[in-house]
Design a protein around this ligand. Structure first.
Ligand code: VGL
Ligand code: ZN
Length: 183
């Protein structure tokens, strides 16, 4: 399936067992690893929340979240089981501007300065499969932006973790009603 990419969103320690540990995160990581081994998707792209220590989304600056995924900390690292699949050129960082919240990975930038969208177009990807954390925030906004940009989008419903069960359920229903396939 050369025209299909797997996009792994924010499977980073702060969302797994750190300051913003999400529900079902261990299961989502294990299921993502199992999916990769079974289906051998290629390419695999990683989205990474990557904040400066004074980011506007942190409580000290009046934002809704505890400090998380601060650049250079363990909390910002990809889970060790998935890290072997992450290629620098296919890793897209977001949330780096201290003044801007950025849930969507769509405009995430790789170390070469290319956006996710740009790289998907260069690779002639038409279909994307999204998994990751958190359903209600980064998974949802990444999936919706991809859909708006014309990609065929699926979400792996056993490979996502969430902040809150009701919000997770509602986000899945709304994504499905917009045309995102739940696999
Ligand atoms: C996220 C809240 C703050 C996410 C990132 O990855 O869903 N949520 N930053
Ligand atoms: Zn964040």
């Amino acid at each position: 399936m050369k025209d299909t990419a797997l996009i792994v969103v924010d499977m980073l320690y702060d969302f797994i067992d750190g300051s913003m540990a999400c529900l079902e995160a261990d299961k989502a990581v294990a299921n993502t690893l199992a999916y990769i081994k079974k289906e051998t998707p290629s390419p695999i792209l990683f989205i990474r929340d990557h904040h400066p220590a004074n980011h506007c989304s942190f409580a000290a600056q009046g934002g809704p979240w505890p400090p998380h995924c601060v650049q250079g900390t363990h909390g910002a690292d990809i889970h060790v089981d998935l890290a072997p699949y992450a290629d620098d050129d296919l890793s897209f960082f977001k949330g780096e501007d201290p003044a801007k919240e950025q849930y969507s990975g769509f405009e995430g930038i790789n170390p070469a300065g290319q956006s996710l969208q740009e790289v998907l177009l260069l690779m002639e990807i038409e279909k994307v499969i999204v998994c990751g954390i958190a359903t209600e925030f980064c998974v949802r906004s990444t999936a919706e932006d991809l859909l708006k940009a014309g990609f065929k989008v699926s979400v792996l419903k056993d490979c996502i973790a969430y902040v809150e069960a009701e919000g997770h359920k509602k986000a899945l229903e709304e994504m499905a009603s917009e045309g995102i396939r739940l696999l």
